[in-house]
Design a protein around this ligand. Structure first.
Ligand code: ADE
Length: 238
Protein backbone atom coordinates (compact mmCIF):
# COMPACT_ATOMS: atom_id res chain seq x y z
CA UNK A 1 0.00 0.00 0.00
CA UNK A 2 1.03 3.56 -0.58
CA UNK A 3 -0.06 6.26 1.90
CA UNK A 4 0.40 9.94 1.11
CA UNK A 5 -0.48 12.88 3.34
CA UNK A 6 -1.13 16.48 2.36
CA UNK A 7 -0.59 18.85 5.27
CA UNK A 8 1.06 22.12 6.26
CA UNK A 9 3.00 20.17 8.93
CA UNK A 10 4.56 17.22 7.05
CA UNK A 11 7.27 16.98 9.71
CA UNK A 12 4.68 15.78 12.24
CA UNK A 13 4.56 12.41 10.47
CA UNK A 14 8.28 11.66 10.44
CA UNK A 15 8.64 9.79 13.73
CA UNK A 16 5.35 7.91 13.57
CA UNK A 17 5.94 6.71 10.03
CA UNK A 18 9.49 5.58 10.83
CA UNK A 19 8.90 3.82 14.18
CA UNK A 20 7.84 0.33 15.25
CA UNK A 21 5.36 -1.57 13.03
CA UNK A 22 4.92 1.26 10.50
CA UNK A 23 8.69 1.76 10.21
CA UNK A 24 9.29 -1.97 9.72
CA UNK A 25 6.45 -2.22 7.18
CA UNK A 26 8.17 0.51 5.18
CA UNK A 27 11.56 -1.17 5.41
CA UNK A 28 10.05 -4.43 4.18
CA UNK A 29 8.22 -2.69 1.33
CA UNK A 30 4.68 -3.49 2.59
CA UNK A 31 4.07 0.24 3.06
CA UNK A 32 5.28 3.22 1.06
CA UNK A 33 4.82 6.65 2.63
CA UNK A 34 5.19 10.15 1.15
CA UNK A 35 4.30 13.34 3.03
CA UNK A 36 3.46 16.36 0.89
CA UNK A 37 3.63 19.97 2.07
CA UNK A 38 0.47 21.82 1.04
CA UNK A 39 2.49 25.05 0.83
CA UNK A 40 4.28 23.65 -2.24
CA UNK A 41 1.09 24.48 -4.16
CA UNK A 42 0.96 28.18 -3.22
CA UNK A 43 2.20 31.00 -5.46
CA UNK A 44 2.93 33.95 -3.16
CA UNK A 45 6.03 34.80 -1.15
CA UNK A 46 4.32 34.00 2.14
CA UNK A 47 3.15 30.61 0.83
CA UNK A 48 -0.35 31.44 2.07
CA UNK A 49 -2.78 28.55 2.50
CA UNK A 50 -5.58 30.25 4.46
CA UNK A 51 -7.90 33.24 4.21
CA UNK A 52 -10.71 35.03 6.03
CA UNK A 53 -14.24 33.63 6.11
CA UNK A 54 -16.93 35.14 3.87
CA UNK A 55 -19.84 36.40 5.95
CA UNK A 56 -17.55 36.92 8.95
CA UNK A 57 -16.65 34.74 11.87
CA UNK A 58 -13.56 33.94 13.88
CA UNK A 59 -10.45 32.31 12.45
CA UNK A 60 -9.33 31.46 8.95
CA UNK A 61 -10.20 28.76 6.42
CA UNK A 62 -7.87 26.75 4.21
CA UNK A 63 -8.21 28.09 0.66
CA UNK A 64 -9.40 25.80 -2.12
CA UNK A 65 -6.66 26.55 -4.71
CA UNK A 66 -3.62 24.85 -3.07
CA UNK A 67 -5.63 21.68 -2.36
CA UNK A 68 -7.17 21.51 -5.85
CA UNK A 69 -3.79 22.12 -7.51
CA UNK A 70 -2.08 19.57 -5.29
CA UNK A 71 -4.63 16.93 -6.26
CA UNK A 72 -4.31 17.85 -9.97
CA UNK A 73 -0.62 16.98 -9.66
CA UNK A 74 -0.80 14.05 -7.29
CA UNK A 75 -3.62 12.22 -9.07
CA UNK A 76 -2.50 12.84 -12.63
CA UNK A 77 -0.75 9.48 -13.12
CA UNK A 78 -2.57 7.14 -10.74
CA UNK A 79 -5.86 7.11 -8.83
CA UNK A 80 -6.10 7.15 -5.04
CA UNK A 81 -8.74 6.91 -2.37
CA UNK A 82 -8.88 10.51 -1.17
CA UNK A 83 -9.68 11.07 2.51
CA UNK A 84 -10.32 14.35 4.29
CA UNK A 85 -10.16 14.43 8.07
CA UNK A 86 -12.82 16.54 9.69
CA UNK A 87 -14.81 16.32 12.94
CA UNK A 88 -17.96 16.24 10.81
CA UNK A 89 -16.92 13.05 8.97
CA UNK A 90 -17.98 9.40 9.43
CA UNK A 91 -16.68 8.13 12.79
CA UNK A 92 -13.60 5.94 12.20
CA UNK A 93 -13.88 2.31 13.25
CA UNK A 94 -12.32 -1.12 12.67
CA UNK A 95 -14.65 -1.96 9.76
CA UNK A 96 -13.51 1.21 8.01
CA UNK A 97 -9.86 0.33 8.68
CA UNK A 98 -10.51 -3.07 7.06
CA UNK A 99 -12.06 -1.42 3.97
CA UNK A 100 -9.24 1.10 3.64
CA UNK A 101 -6.64 -1.68 3.96
CA UNK A 102 -7.88 -3.00 0.58
CA UNK A 103 -6.91 0.22 -1.25
CA UNK A 104 -3.73 0.46 -3.32
CA UNK A 105 -3.16 4.11 -2.51
CA UNK A 106 -4.58 6.43 0.17
CA UNK A 107 -4.21 10.19 -0.11
CA UNK A 108 -5.01 11.81 3.23
CA UNK A 109 -5.77 15.52 3.36
CA UNK A 110 -5.28 17.13 6.75
CA UNK A 111 -7.00 20.37 7.70
CA UNK A 112 -6.03 23.10 10.18
CA UNK A 113 -7.61 26.34 11.42
CA UNK A 114 -11.40 26.31 11.08
CA UNK A 115 -11.28 23.67 8.32
CA UNK A 116 -11.44 23.94 4.54
CA UNK A 117 -13.43 26.07 2.14
CA UNK A 118 -16.56 23.93 1.53
CA UNK A 119 -15.57 23.30 -2.10
CA UNK A 120 -12.59 21.22 -0.95
CA UNK A 121 -14.75 18.48 0.61
CA UNK A 122 -16.10 17.41 -2.78
CA UNK A 123 -12.58 16.23 -3.66
CA UNK A 124 -12.76 13.46 -1.07
CA UNK A 125 -14.11 9.94 -1.46
CA UNK A 126 -14.45 9.79 2.31
CA UNK A 127 -14.67 12.31 5.12
CA UNK A 128 -13.48 10.70 8.32
CA UNK A 129 -13.65 11.80 11.95
CA UNK A 130 -11.70 10.26 14.79
CA UNK A 131 -14.51 11.01 17.21
CA UNK A 132 -16.80 13.64 18.62
CA UNK A 133 -14.16 16.12 19.70
CA UNK A 134 -12.18 18.79 17.88
CA UNK A 135 -8.46 18.39 17.27
CA UNK A 136 -6.18 21.25 16.21
CA UNK A 137 -5.74 19.53 12.85
CA UNK A 138 -6.19 16.35 10.86
CA UNK A 139 -2.57 15.17 11.16
CA UNK A 140 -3.07 13.10 14.31
CA UNK A 141 -6.18 11.57 12.72
CA UNK A 142 -4.16 10.64 9.62
CA UNK A 143 -1.54 8.97 11.82
CA UNK A 144 -4.17 7.01 13.74
CA UNK A 145 -5.83 5.81 10.55
CA UNK A 146 -2.47 4.94 8.96
CA UNK A 147 -1.54 2.90 12.02
CA UNK A 148 -4.87 1.05 12.21
CA UNK A 149 -4.82 0.30 8.45
CA UNK A 150 -1.16 -0.64 8.18
CA UNK A 151 -1.30 -3.36 10.85
CA UNK A 152 -3.99 -5.10 8.75
CA UNK A 153 -1.80 -5.34 5.64
CA UNK A 154 -0.65 -8.87 4.80
CA UNK A 155 2.64 -9.76 6.47
CA UNK A 156 2.87 -6.60 8.59
CA UNK A 157 2.08 -8.20 11.97
CA UNK A 158 3.93 -11.30 13.08
CA UNK A 159 0.84 -13.50 13.07
CA UNK A 160 -2.29 -12.86 11.03
CA UNK A 161 -4.23 -14.69 13.76
CA UNK A 162 -3.62 -11.80 16.13
CA UNK A 163 -5.84 -9.68 13.87
CA UNK A 164 -8.73 -12.14 13.98
CA UNK A 165 -8.93 -11.93 17.79
CA UNK A 166 -8.58 -8.13 17.95
CA UNK A 167 -11.16 -6.13 19.80
CA UNK A 168 -13.93 -5.09 17.35
CA UNK A 169 -12.97 -7.53 14.58
CA UNK A 170 -15.77 -9.91 15.69
CA UNK A 171 -18.02 -7.16 17.03
CA UNK A 172 -16.83 -7.84 20.60
CA UNK A 173 -13.97 -6.64 22.77
CA UNK A 174 -10.97 -8.92 23.04
CA UNK A 175 -10.87 -11.40 25.97
CA UNK A 176 -8.50 -10.77 28.91
CA UNK A 177 -4.92 -12.04 28.44
CA UNK A 178 -2.13 -12.77 30.92
CA UNK A 179 1.58 -13.42 30.95
CA UNK A 180 3.97 -14.47 33.76
CA UNK A 181 3.98 -14.40 36.77
CA UNK A 182 1.12 -16.74 37.61
CA UNK A 183 0.33 -14.71 40.73
CA UNK A 184 1.05 -11.00 41.01
CA UNK A 185 0.16 -8.91 44.06
CA UNK A 186 -2.49 -11.43 44.99
CA UNK A 187 -4.03 -11.55 41.50
CA UNK A 188 -4.05 -15.00 39.92
CA UNK A 189 -4.07 -15.99 36.27
CA UNK A 190 -7.39 -17.84 35.70
CA UNK A 191 -6.91 -21.58 36.23
CA UNK A 192 -8.33 -22.57 32.83
CA UNK A 193 -5.51 -20.74 31.00
CA UNK A 194 -2.95 -22.97 32.73
CA UNK A 195 -4.88 -26.17 31.97
CA UNK A 196 -3.62 -26.82 28.45
CA UNK A 197 -7.23 -27.69 27.49
CA UNK A 198 -7.62 -25.68 24.29
CA UNK A 199 -11.34 -26.28 23.86
CA UNK A 200 -11.97 -25.07 27.42
CA UNK A 201 -9.68 -22.06 26.84
CA UNK A 202 -11.54 -21.10 23.63
CA UNK A 203 -14.87 -21.39 25.44
CA UNK A 204 -13.63 -19.28 28.37
CA UNK A 205 -12.24 -16.63 26.02
CA UNK A 206 -15.53 -16.34 24.14
CA UNK A 207 -17.43 -16.05 27.42
CA UNK A 208 -15.03 -13.39 28.74
CA UNK A 209 -15.28 -11.41 25.49
CA UNK A 210 -19.03 -11.24 25.98
CA UNK A 211 -18.74 -10.32 29.67
CA UNK A 212 -16.14 -7.62 29.02
CA UNK A 213 -18.16 -6.15 26.17
CA UNK A 214 -21.33 -6.13 28.29
CA UNK A 215 -19.47 -4.27 31.05
CA UNK A 216 -17.52 -1.75 29.00
CA UNK A 217 -19.32 -1.41 25.65
CA UNK A 218 -22.95 -2.56 25.89
CA UNK A 219 -23.61 -0.64 22.64
CA UNK A 220 -21.32 -3.09 20.80
CA UNK A 221 -23.03 -6.09 22.30
CA UNK A 222 -26.41 -4.88 21.07
CA UNK A 223 -25.01 -4.60 17.53
CA UNK A 224 -22.99 -7.84 17.63
CA UNK A 225 -25.74 -10.14 16.32
CA UNK A 226 -25.22 -12.54 19.24
CA UNK A 227 -28.38 -14.28 20.43
CA UNK A 228 -29.90 -13.15 23.71
CA UNK A 229 -29.47 -16.75 24.92
CA UNK A 230 -25.70 -16.75 24.33
CA UNK A 231 -25.29 -13.38 26.06
CA UNK A 232 -27.41 -14.46 29.07
CA UNK A 233 -25.51 -17.75 29.39
CA UNK A 234 -22.14 -15.96 29.48
CA UNK A 235 -23.33 -13.41 32.00
CA UNK A 236 -24.84 -16.05 34.28
CA UNK A 237 -21.61 -18.10 34.31
CA UNK A 238 -19.59 -15.06 35.46
N1 ADE B 1 -9.80 17.53 12.64
C1 ADE B 1 -10.18 18.20 13.75
N2 ADE B 1 -10.86 17.41 14.58
C2 ADE B 1 -10.91 16.17 13.99
C3 ADE B 1 -11.49 14.94 14.34
N3 ADE B 1 -12.16 14.76 15.49
N4 ADE B 1 -11.36 13.91 13.50
C4 ADE B 1 -10.71 14.07 12.33
N5 ADE B 1 -10.14 15.21 11.95
C5 ADE B 1 -10.24 16.27 12.76
Amino acid sequence: MRIETLSIFPEMFETVMATSILGRARQRGALEYVGHDLRNWTHDNHRTVDDEIYGGGPGQLLKPEPVYEALDDLLKDAPATVIIFTPGGEPFNQAMAEELACAQRLLMICGRYEGFDERVYSLAHRQISLGDYVLTGGELAAMVVSDAVCRLLPGVLGSDLSIVDDSFSQGLLEYPQYTRPETYRGQQVPEVLLSGNHAAIDKWRRKMSIIKTAELRPDLLAASGLSEAEIQKALEEE
